[in-house]
Ligand binder design. Structure first.
Ligand code: PEP
Length: 251
């Protein structure tokens, strides 16, 4: 099955409003006939970028969301707030949220469950740490992250999910997993989805790779059978790099 590729830029805690607008002025001109582009800016820049991108087929997505609908949760942002400004997709489970902000598999499960039951699309991130890769138990780690995070969702909910395999040892390090390592895991993930859901779901769900994707390795990674695009950190902050990565996916 042909799946349309996604290139999603995660800007993390970078970019003031002016810097965001300047980079976005370039992004709107990127040729993107056969690829879905998503940009995840900080919360403060969601609404202005949404207005700027709306006429240019670029989706603005959030980097995080709370698992409750409203209430005394100082500093948090809800699904309803995001939807009220037209943002319909959120990244959940990024390794930085897990390691720096204590988001456990159980918390992430609640976030995914709440978001997907309330009309939100989710990019669910997961992946093993270096030691787990070296110990050889990375299949178990990934399977557990998926079991808790998404495998108990309903069919309607899983249709709202895109998966992003991001080996922690490759994020922001310049070290990229090699093509065999990436394809091995992506195939394993698609099989897990197939065991739990109907074949149309496992064939259509998009599985992104994230971890030091650059213009020099994007073509090779995006050509892998079970890779449906990328979640891009550092390279999404540089216009020419991001443009080249989008071109690599636009096939
Ligand atoms: C990320 O943070 O999701 C990521 C993939 O970062 P980088 O591309 O910089 O490795």
């Amino acid at each position: 099955m042909k799946r349309k590729k996604i290139v999603a830029g995660n800007w993390k805690m970078n970019m003031t409003l002016d810097e965001s607008i300047e980079l976005s002025n370039g992004l709107i001109n990127i040729n993107k006939s056969n690829v879905d582009i998503m940009i995840a800016p900080s919360f403060t820049n969601l609404y202005p970028l949404k207005k700027q991108f709306d006429a240019h087929q670029i989706d603005v997505i959030a980097q995080n969301v709370n698992q409750n609908s409203k209430g005394a949760f100082t500093g948090e942002v809800s699904v309803e707030m995001l939807k009220s400004i037209g943002v319909n997709c959120v990244i959940i489970g990024h390794s930085e949220r897990r390691s720096l902000f204590g988001e456990t598999d159980q918390i992430l499960c609640k976030k995914v469950n709440y978001a997907t039951s309330n009309g939100m699309n989710v990019i669910f991130c997961f992946g093993e740490e270096l030691q787990q890769r070296q110990n050889g138990n990375y299949f178990d780690v990934i399977q557990k992250q998926l079991e808790v995070g998404v495998l108990s969702l309903s069919t309607e909910q899983i249709k709202k999910v895109t998966l992003a395999y991001e080996p922690v040892w490759a994020i922001g390090t310049g070290v990229t997993a090699n093509p065999d390592q990436i394809q091995e895991i992506h195939k394993f993930i698609r099989n897990l989805i197939h065991q739990r859901f109907e074949e149309t779901i496992s064939n259509s769900i998009r599985i992104l790779y994230g971890g030091s994707v650059k213009p020099t390795n994007a073509v090779e990674i995006f050509n892998l059978a079970d890779v449906d695009g990328g979640l891009i950190g550092g390279a999404s902050l540089k216009f020419t790099d991001f443009q080249s990565i989008v071109e690599a996916a636009d096939v």
